[in-house]
Design a protein around this ligand. Structure first.
Ligand SMILES: Cc1cc2nc3c(=O)[nH]c(=O)nc-3n(C[C@H](O)[C@H](O)[C@H](O)COP(=O)(O)O)c2cc1C
Length: 160
């Protein structure tokens, strides 16, 4: 029996997601993009999992540098999430809308996000149109407490 594509789409879209800005850096270049396919994968060591489009600029940078950051957006930062999924003039151009500092691992940490973690790549599955990266959390910066932005609150969808 073949896969019921409509059922698969409906069910996979029910997986709850947050919205994050995944940051990468290579040489003196930084880049960032909106990511929703993010989850925790282990307590000890602390692992996070992120699915990243195979043909994206950031995917290649993660492959080459073995690291990425995840910035947690606040519930009020839908506009910022939109900036980070739209095409940009040049690599890193989206950061004109969002001041940032480089963290301990040299990865972009947005000043206005709730906070961010920096991760070292410990595994990956490259199969299909996204690569599943597993990162070990090596640094964490909490700027403030607050509600995080959830995909369900935006009216957007990414999945299915
Ligand atoms: C709501 C939403 C969620 C997204 N989630 C992801 C994601 O989890 N992983 C991913 O690779 N791209 C995701 N994207 C798409 C990227 O943000 C987009 O492809 C971006 O332009 C990639 O940037 P880059 O090519 O500069 O790396 C999402 C887009 C939207 C609108």
């Amino acid at each position: 029996m073949g896969l019921d594509a409509a059922a698969k789409k409906s069910l996979l879209r029910k997986i709850p997601h947050g919205l994050f800005i995944c940051g990468v850096a290579e040489g003196d270049q930084v880049n960032g993009f909106t990511a929703s396919w993010v989850t925790q994968g282990s307590f000890e060591p602390p692992l996070v999992v992120v699915g990243v489009r195979s043909d994206s600029t950031s995917n290649g940078i993660i492959q080459r540098t073995g690291r990425f950051s995840l910035n947690v957006l606040s519930a009020e930062q839908k506009d910022l999430a939109a900036v980070f999924f739209k095409p940009q003039q040049g690599i890193g151009g989206r950061f004109e809308a969002a001041p940032f500092q480089l963290g301990e691992l040299g990865l972009p940490i947005l000043d206005d996000a709730l906070g961010a973690v920096e991760c070292e790549l410990v595994g990956q599955v490259a199969h299909g149109d996204h690569t599943v990266f597993v990162g070990e959390v090596k640094s964490a910066v909490l700027h403030r407490e607050g509600e995080a932005l959830e995909l369900s609150a935006t009216g957007w969808s990414y999945g299915g």
